[in-house]
Design a protein around this ligand. Sequence first.
Ligand SMILES: [Fe+2]
Ligand SMILES: [Fe+2]
Length: 216
Amino acid sequence: MPETSPVIDGLLMIHKIISRGINISIRKCDDYIAGKSAPANEAKGFTLYVSTLKSVTHAHHLSEDEVAFPYFKEFIEAPYINLSQDHQTISNVLVRMEQALPGISSGDFVKLREVLGDFEKLWVPHIKIEEEHFIAEKMKAGTTMKDQVGLAQRLARHGSKNAGPGPLAVPFFFYNLEGGDREAFMRPFPFIVKKVLVPVLWKGQWKPMTPFLMKQ
Ligand SMILES: [Fe+2]
Ligand SMILES: [Fe+2]
């Protein structure tokens, strides 16, 4: 049976969420630029979606720099300096992405599309290096399951502080995943978040993002 690790599973799922966020944003920009869909109805939702993508990426990188990497360093060899430099480079791209957001409501997607392309070019090789180095077998060899569960909880708390408003970030996490991934990701969340806040009380806030999310 392959080794599993709550910490590594969490990192892989966040990578999937952000990767899908980048892909969908690029596809939508291309559609809007080609005039294939009507951006007017989707401008608000697309602005929320891209700005949430920015916040969750920023939060993920802070969690790696401040919590995960200092822990991993004790027993996993990896190019930590390069990875943190990538975070800095990507953070500059995220600033440009934020600056391109007003273009959405005025129908100018060219700048945003360019920034998303730059983001993707940095993101794909970055997570490849992380996913090659941070693997369940190495976690298991270097730490106990109890410590891993504690670290996973610390990462979740740290991430939620920086991921932007919960009513946008939490559905962004849940609904950029599907099937078993979504189920596994949602498992540690309290019942009230899964059954009341996200689907009912927060729905009005995240509903405009629906065209960009997977089926709920
Ligand atoms: Fe990273
Ligand atoms: Fe990462």
